[in-house]
Write a protein that binds this ligand. Structure first.
Ligand code: HEM
Length: 410
């Protein structure tokens, strides 16, 4: 009979068992499993929800290389994950306004499912509306949107759920402003996109908005889009991806940013004493706030060897922004929350080919959301935050949704 393998032998010869995304972390305290995986290597075998196997990238350097590498496809071809979420939300084919429509009919315009030239063409159609200059142009309206929600909080009284009565309304109204959703159709946007609804209802809605913009054009993104050279399904797909992308992330970041500050009184005081800390501070908040445990999975379109890691053609690869943002090779003492650290370059907004289009406007919304709140409530207190416990992910990527954050004041 052979000798049992001792602990030290096992360490010399690590067994690469297939793992699932760990669920024991919290938004402000990621699972220790990520640290373990980073120690073992730059990428770890991963089992997806549907049982198929791939890799999750946990080290910062490899994460960036993958995100800028054109040999990885973002199309949902080898992603049963996307199929599952679609079948749940939009079973079969639907007739909307006499036209065939499933979410996949609109894929040619959905930025997050595109590669190469088609991706560039669709992204270019709206890039100028998300530049630093354009974002500056939205700033005064965003300030007003936030001020209105401060009044809303005051009228709700203490204690109150910050996410429901402040962060969510700011992110929805901010999104509507940037896209140009008309006021008369705004409450339906909130109902369908902040609340739960089927893909079919969302498509019906965006068609109503686009018809409105065609009939009454204004100086905004959607009016420009309906006049563009893009095909009808491309315009609709792009509109759908813009109405969905990032809205809940902004709300999450305002709420989670406030939780982080209230749990670190030294950092909160530093920010109150020196509000200029906020610009770099937002980057640190994004680094530590674990928005995307894994981003949208990619598929290798050929055999790839990258940074010493072999990825066979057809394999799914997910980048963990959270694991990369806590990589000690990139950020010293990564568990320390420090508003004055240089956190630029974090992967909270992704990176490379599909890097977040809305990041400039998101920064303004998060900055205003946090700073106006701190100014209005000098003695803001945390009563309870769902963020303190492991929260469920939302499908098909492992990302957190906005948790309940109860705050109070005297
Ligand atoms: C705190 C707020 C936000 C966070 C953390 C965030 C994060 C991200 C990340 C990580 C990606 C890349 C996903 C991947 O490569 O798998 C992404 C892409 C994207 N984001 Fe954001 N986002 C935010 C706000 C916004 C806003 C406000 C908008 C629009 C108004 C937006 C629009 C987009 C779009 C359209 C893409 C796809 C880009 C492409 O595929 O070319 N995001 N975002």
């Amino acid at each position: 009979m052979s000798e049992p393998i001792s602990d030290s032998d096992a360490k010399k010869c690590p067994i690469h068992e297939i793992r699932k995304v760990p669920i024991d972390g919290t938004p402000l305290s990621p699972s220790a499993t990520f640290e373990q995986w980073r120690k073992e290597g730059a990428a770890t075998p991963l089992e997806y929800e549907d049982g198929h196997q791939g890799l999750v990238v946990t080290r910062y350097e490899l994460a960036k290389l993958i995100l800028e590498d054109k040999r990885f496809s973002q199309k949902p071809i080898r992603m049963p994950l996307h199929q599952i979420s679609r079948e749940e939300s939009a079973p079969g084919t639907t007739i909307i306004d006499g036209e065939l429509a499933t979410a996949s009919d609109l894929d040619p315009g959905n930025l997050l499912f595109l590669d190469g030239e088609q991706h560039l063409k669709i992204r270019r159609a709206v890039t100028s509306r998300f530049s630093v200059r354009s974002a500056k142009g939205y700033e005064s309206d965003i300030k007003k949107i936030v001020s209105k929600q401060i009044e809303n909080l005051i009228s709700q009284g203490s204690p109150v759920d910050l996410s429901e009565h402040y962060s969510e309304p700011i992110s929805a109204a901010g999104h509507a402003r940037v896209l140009g959703i008309p006021e008369s159709l705004y409450s339906d946007y909130e109902r369908l996109f902040v609340g739960k609804s089927e893909e079919r209802e969302k498509i019906e809605y965006l068609r109503r908005v686009l018809a409105f913009k065609k009939a009454s054009p204004a100086d905004d993104l959607l009016s420009e889009l309906v006049k563009s050279e893009l095909q009808k399904n491309e315009i609709e797909g792009l509109t759908l991806s813009l109405m969905v992308s990032g809205r809940d992330n902004v709300a999450y970041m305002i709420s989670t940013g406030i939780v982080a500050l209230l749990k670190h009184p030294d950092q909160l005081q530093a920010l109150r004493d020196n509000p200029a800390l906020i610009d770099g501070g937002i980057e640190e908040l994004l680094r530590i706030s674990a928005v995307f445990l894994t981003m949208f999975p990619r598929t290798a379109t050929e055999d790839v060897e990258i940074d010493g890691v072999k990825i066979p053609c057809g394999q799914s690869v997910s980048v963990s922004a959270v694991a990369a943002n806590y990589d000690e090779r990139q950020y010293s003492d990564p568990d320390r929350f420090d508003l004055s650290r240089d956190a630029f370059g974090h992967l909270g907004f992704g990176y490379g080919l599909h890097g977040c289009l809305g990041q400039q406007v998101a920064r303004i919304e998060i900055r205003e959301g946090i700073m106006q709140l701190l100014q209005a409530f000098p003695n803001l207190k945390l009563v309870h935050a769902e963020q303190d416990e492991p929260m469920p992910f939302y499908h098909p990527v492992a990302a957190y949704q906005v948790g309940e954050v109860i705050v109070g004041w005297d």
